[in-house]
Each structure stands twice: as structure tokens, then as C-alpha cells.
Design a protein around this ligand. Structure first.
Ligand code: NAP
Length: 290
């Protein structure tokens, strides 16, 4: 693993290319994955390739992804496991939000048990629940930290204003928003995180697979460079900001190896600009017409 490192919350140093576990679940991110052995092999290979940051959530499966992480990686020597609470997955492709303080506490306590740890290194509020005052949710996160259930806390899918509101309650160590070469709405958030020493974790780094596919918009340019479209997408992300951590997800060992290979690449400024241009063009084509 040749990605550079970042230190989260002042004391947790990880490589900036991690692994996302949401895909290690069944159809619609519900239940166990169709090939459990392949899921286990993917997690073990991630560790063997030097990945030291694993992103999961109690809602993935639900519990399935956390259980697989525990089964394959416990006691996590040298690995930081990041999990989340505050979202529910009642059925395939269904999401619900529950940010009531008691529910957040219960979620963190359940993750502690499932992951088999005394304290969670990094815990995210998966979403700010629009039906619960945000301050109550942030206070609940602060309380998890005070009580020693979690070491560092982060937010997911948030604006700068929301980060600043949360920072009145606890030190925001990480922000996890959707971000890739086409989805650039979090650019100002990344710049803010870079200035403020907050790690920005880019989820959906491969646009849920579209950027990695054979017909990816990056395919022609990647072919010219002799790399794969997934590698071009990840290399661009890693170059975007030293505060950015990419967590591509896959259920396949061969894709994992390919993705980790992106950390070896050092693309020129011209190549990075060319990738960015392709992304901006695709974003324009995707934007709703006035
Ligand atoms: N905070 C949040 O609210 C939030 C929301 C969503 C996701 N996340 C996190 O972000 C992580 C990443 O998101 P994601 O997994 O949904 O999307 P992603 O990383 O953008 O893309 C994953 C998809 O790309 C495919 N893929 C991966 N590498 C490939 C390669 N080299 N070649 C071809 N296809 C490839 C995978 O299929 P194969 O399995 O076939 O490789 C999978 O379908 C999640 O696992 C999760 O940890 C967080």
C-alpha cells in the first residue's frame, strides 16, 4: 500500500486509501452476501495488501458487514475500523433515519458488541435526522465520546454549516460525503476540511461502479495511460486533497487488488486535469436542464 497517510483526530494515522464494506451484503444491501467466502477473502486480502482503514456501518446488512469485519479482522492489529449509527435498513434498498439520542446510544452500544471492542475508534452519525433537533443529536454524540464508547466522531452527508454546528458539541474528526470526479458538490466542504484539519472521507468514489465499468467515461483516457478506469478515478481522488480518504467498495479480490494499485500511481498534473475535464463534462450532461 503506497497511499500517503493522514492522522485522524490527532492520533489515528491511516493510509488515505481504505476499504468500504457496504457491498459485502446481500441484494439491496440487505442480508448476507451471496458468496460469504468471497466476502471474507476480500476483507482478509484488504488487510494483507496493507489497507488499515475499514469503513462499515451498523445498517449495512444490517449488522452483516460489521459481523464480517469482526470475523475476519478482529482484534484489528494496526487497523482502524470506522462505523456509523443513526440509520436503519428495514429491508432491501430501504433506508430510514433514527437520530433520537437513545437510539444513537443503543446503536453505538450494539456496534461495540458486534465489533468486539471496548471503544470504537471512529463513529459517524450516519445522517442528521430531520425529525430530531440537530443539537440533540450532536449532544448525544458528544456524550458517547465522554462516556468512552467512541474515540473519535464524524458526520456523514453534511454541509459546512452543519459541521460548524456539530463542532460546538464535539470535535468533528471526519466528514463522510459522496464525492467522485463527477459528483463535485462537496468541493467547498473538502476545502473547509483541509483548512480545519478534518479528514474528508469520499464515499461512492467509483460512482457506485459506473466509473470503474468497461464503458466508464474514464475508459478511453485510462487506456491511453495503461491503467484501468477505476484506477484513474481513485488516483484523481487521492490527488484532489491531502485531507481526502477514498474508500472504494468491492466484493471481489481482483477488483480490490486493482483499486489498491491506484495508490502506486503518480499521475502528472496534465493527466489529472484531463480526468477532471472528463468528469466536469459528464456532470454537465447529467445536470437537469433549466
Ligand atoms: N456515509 C454514507 O452515507 C455512505 C453511503 C454509501 C457508501 N458509503 C461507504 O462508501 C463505500 C464505497 O461506496 P460503494 O461501495 O457503495 O460504491 P463505490 O466504491 O463507488 O463502487 C462500488 C462498486 O464498484 C464496483 N467496483 C469496485 N472496484 C471495481 C473495479 N476495480 N472494477 C470494476 N468494478 C469495480 C463494485 O462491484 P464489485 O463488487 O463487482 O467489484 C461495486 O459495485 C461503501 O462501501 C461504504 O463503506 C457510505
Amino acid at each position: 500500500m503506497n497511499a500517503s497517510t493522514i492522522t485522524i483526530g490527532g492520533d489515528l494515522t491511516i493510509h488515505r486509501l481504505g476499504f468500504g464494506t457496504m457491498r459485502l451484503t446481500g441484494p439491496g444491501m440487505f442480508g448476507p452476501p451471496p458468496d460469504l467466502d468471497a466476502a471474507r477473502a476480500t476483507l482478509r486480502t484488504a488487510r494483507d495488501l496493507g489497507i488499515d482503514f475499514i469503513d462499515t456501518a451498523n445498517a449495512y446488512g444490517p449488522i452483516v458487514a460489521e459481523l464480517l469485519v469482526r470475523e475476519t479482522l478482529h482484534p484489528y492489529a494496526g487497523i482502524t475500523v470506522s462505523t456509523k449509527g443513526g440509520m436503519l435498513r428495514p429491508g432491501p434498498n430501504q433506508w430510514a433515519v433514527d437520530g433520537r439520542p437513545g437510539s444513537l446510544r443503543a446503536a453505538a452500544e450494539a456496534s461495540l458488541k458486534v465489533l468486539g471492542v471496548e471503544r470504537i475508534d471512529l463513529w459517524h452519525l450516519h445522517r442528521i435526522d430531520p425529525n430530531v433537533p440537530a443539537d440533540e443529536q450532536f449532544a448525544a454524540v458528544a456524550e458517547l465520546q465522554r462516556a468512552g464508547l467512541i474515540r473519535h466522531a464524524g458526520l456523514s452527508e453534511v454541509s459546512i454549516e452543519q459541521i460548524e454546528a456539530a463542532r460546538k458539541h464535539f470535535p468533528v474528526a471526519t466528514v463522510q460525503n459522496a464525492y467522485h470526479v463527477i459528483e463535485r458538490r462537496s468541493d467547498p466542504v473538502i476545502d473547509y476540511c483541509e483548512r480545519e484539519g478534518i479528514a474528508f472521507i469520499a464515499y461512492f468514489p467509483l460512482a457506485t461502479g459506473a466509473l470503474a465499468a468497461a464503458d466508464s467515461i474514464l475508459a478511453p483516457f485510462a487506456a491511453r495511460l495503461g491503467i484501468t478506469p477505476a484506477q484513474a478515478a481513485i488516483a484523481w481522488l487521492l490527488a484532489r486533497s491531502p485531507t481526502l480518504v477514498a474508500i472504494p467498495g468491492t466484493s471481489r479480490v481482483e477488483h480490490l487488488r486493482e483499486n489498491v494499485g491506484a495508490a502506486e500511481l503518480r499521475l502528472s498534473a496534465d493527466d489529472l486535469a484531463a480526468i477532471e475535464k472528463v468528469g466536469r463534462k459528464a456532470a454537465m450532461l447529467r445536470a437537469p436542464k433549466p
